[in-house]
Design a protein around this ligand. Sequence first.
Ligand code: 0A1
Ligand code: ZN
Length: 876
Amino acid sequence: MRTDTEQTIYLKDYAPTPYRIVSVELDFRILEDSTRVRAQLTIEPREGTAPGTALVLDGDDLKLDGIAIDGAPLMLSAYLADATSLTLIEPPHRRFVLDTEVTLDPAANTKLMGLYRSSGTWCTQCEPEGFRRITYYLDRPDVLAPFTVRMTAPLAIAPVLLANGNPIDRGDAGDGMHYAVWHDPFPKPAYLFALVAGDLGSTTDSFTTTSGRKIDLAIYCTHGKEGECHHAMDSLKRSMAWDERRFGREYDLDIFNIVAVSDFNFGAMENKGLNIFNDKLVFAQPETATDANYHSIERVIAHEYFHNWTGNRITCRDWFQLCLKEGLTVYRDQEFSSDEHSRPVQRIHDVQNLRTNQFPEDGGPLAHPPRPDHYREINNFYTTTVYEKGAEIVRMLATLLGEADFRKGMDLYFERHDGEATTIEAFVKVFEDATGTDLGQFITWYLQAGTPQVTASDRYDADSQTYTLTLTQKVDPTPGQPDKQPLLIPVRFGLLGPNGSETSWTAISGATVRDDLILLDRDSVTLTFSGIANRPVPSLFRGFSAPVKLASGLSQDDLLFLARHDSDPFNRWDALQTVSTHLIAEASAGRRWSAGDTDALRSAVVDTLENSDLDPAFKAQAIAIPGVSAIGRHIGKDVDPDAIAKARLDLLSELAGPIAEKLAALYTALAIAEPYSPDAAQAGRRALRNGLMHLLVAGAGRGDVAAAQYESATNMTDRYAAMAISAHYWTEQAPALLGDFRTRFAGDPLVFDKWLMASAQAPDDGAIERMRAILAAPDFPRTNPNRLRSLLGSFVMSGSPQFTRADGAGFRFVAEAVAEIDKVNPQVASRILTGFRILPMLEAGRREAGRSALEALKSQHSLSRNVGEILDRILA
Ligand code: 0A1
Ligand code: ZN
């Protein structure tokens, strides 16, 4: 059947618009069943635009009710309106005001792009191309203008009227209507436009900036939820203070508003002065939100706030540059989290996320450079590569330049590009100019897809007391990029002597080494260290100094030595992960470990648990055994998830079985008597306790421990962990716990999501039928992205063995669901579909079963451009 292919957009075709938009005046008349939008755009030709050049404005799903220029209605022959545009055939060759009027039906807008209604509240989402669903416009990020917005709405159902910038007027409009006018003085692209109208409660506070300006803060939400916004508010104030301290960035308007809505395609949106949030990233109270939820709320509040400078004041020239604002802002939010909590724990968390989500993208059919050069549907490029790999690139810049020079570059960036829409090249250039560093090779990170594989090999010569280390890099071909250039890879390192402390050397030759940083800038470098008294163990990529896959060549003994002694906590953690990954991978291929191997790993785990210098949050990360997907990725091809799952369970039993009593004692000792707090200390203890519970359930058959914890839990972190682990290992108690959870929290949609996520983890053969029944239930909210993602997104992304079932039933179930969801919300559908990116890695039978499910999806349905593009790329 037809897929809506349409054309490919290329970076090389970028050209500025022939016309500028000087200012924007919008007038919304919001009624219960429709909204009328009048736009008055002051427009002028740019220098060099030839008289008679047509002006083509974007539009999507709009019905034009009226059009005039400078007050005079246009003749039918003067313009052309079709499904995607409004063309003024020969606009005046001077400044003029274009006046258009359209009528929208926000309640029918299930795509959640443009103006839509969420639980009765009118709200907008315009990034990347939603504004064209509100009015005809030059809907691209390099067209910046100041906006004035007037809204009129029924007072009874929409007492709150918000838009970007500052409120400048409000009053009675007669007939039960009222109005408000907002003005945003900062020129902005249309994707940052926002409006909210509804009957909302609020939590308010204020923040005084370094220069002494008082900013009014408010978080708006459904009535009754105000008490659940305090953590978000506190996070906002800490973010504002941090950006002043760390980057010298002060907030610029007098007011900062956040609105929480229930239907949202993403996490949140950084609209100027009016952030709109998915409510799951605002509401928190101990009984219904987990520590992980608290942490995400803080991170995303910070992320959207930081966009005010990296995204809004300085925006992107075109959507190919998305990484300019997203990679940089993720780096900033990661740094914020590191400064506010434990830096090593945060780093491990971020790298785990990168490896779980970005590495598979970068190594599969959906691989693309952080700065792509073509796309069919821009919504498909809000990816983990743009966000998380983008952040890693910024982090490498900071590593290469050092903190002080990195800050100099950032200062120059803000100074030079404030008020502009700019590019990745301009971003890299500020660091060159501020520090005199040539970053010509470094920029390749933005342009090239694929995760570099770095291989290390070494030799120690006792006679000459020299140590030789060879590092090679290689990037496999990715779609459209068969040949790869060598990258500039910063390798932070140390050499450990026999007692576990750092070894010093007298000289190094063979590559550029600056302090503890090796610059791997060619296919291969060989370094020779002189004056080394004993064979050292190398600790490479400390702090994960570059987003690469490392084959260190180290033996299990060396890795466990690092796990005990490395001064770098990241590499201590990583060493343990590597050891268990190898053991499971090998065993799944029939090469089972020896008793000595597991004894050694177990004793390293026990030493870690008993080391009083390590904090509980770190210990929790260190004792976690990698999941089936992580091990599958390590194996890389012909993966049989069932064989991995079996080997993994065997390893868990061998590790935990013999020390079950010790684990249980530690578990008991970690109970927290104090009232719940999401702070790092308490959250770390809970994480460790739940990690121990995980080992007891998975490795020692102690489903009863989880069931007891579920019953006695006083907060959602503990209750959810108990239920999710029981479901994951399908313990005897799992069905009862799931059943109880569902009824206990009936009526709370965000807790229902947790039940959906846990249900999607169930490994038993009945899981798919149960999920079908959930989706088919008449009261299942099938237009709500959170519900759909909780069930299907977590099913495809978290390595459920039912998704990759050998008989293809999991693949068919998801493909059929995607076809249905696509009719309602193509963005949600295409994101779920990306779960199929693992197909090339799987063994032939599963691979073919997956492909035929996708072929059927393609041939039997009329699909959106979003889904069509992902499907074609996976099937290519
Ligand atoms: N800029 C937002 C991401 C975002 C993108 C698209 C959206 O709707 C389709 C919403 C938000 C961020 O980085 O948080
Ligand atoms: Zn962002």
